[in-house]
Ligand binder design. Structure first.
Ligand SMILES: [Zn+2]
Length: 125
């Protein structure tokens, strides 16, 4: 296996793992590849006000977890697409090759080590 194949199989594994986590808390709209948080299993009709507040908190927490997982999911899908079109391993900020140790640590990395801080502000799509 060459390096790209190793990264591709790591990414495929990570994609499956993230999808499993997402499926626990969200519904996948395959047409748009979007995830929508699931709250149908959180009972928000408790008569007790305190219990109801807990439920709202659970739902909020889930929205935050979903946002984080969704970012990971999209970055993995993006990296797999880059492998397909031959642009894998290139920093999206400076267009220079991403350091191998950075890709080893995170095969879905979008930036080189110099532009690490800018990754979170890159557009998701
Ligand atoms: Zn860079």
């Amino acid at each position: 296996m060459n390096n790209i194949e190793i990264f591709a199989s790591k990414l495929a594994e990570q994609k499956q793992a993230v999808m499993n986590e997402l499926k626990e808390i969200a519904i996948h709209h395959t047409d748009t590849d979007d995830w929508e948080v699931r709250t149908d299993d959180i009972d928000q009709t408790d008569a007790d006000e305190n219990l109801r507040a807990d439920d709202v908190e659970d739902a909020d927490e889930r929205v935050a977890t979903l946002a984080e997982l969704e970012t990971r999911y999209h970055n993995i899908v993006r990296a797999l697409n880059k492998i397909e079109n031959g642009s894998y391993g290139i920093c999206e900020v400076c267009n220079e090759p991403i350091e191998p140790e950075r890709l080893d640590a995170n095969p879905a990395a979008r930036t080189c080590l110099t532009h690490l801080d800018e990754e979170s502000s890159l557009p998701l799509a």
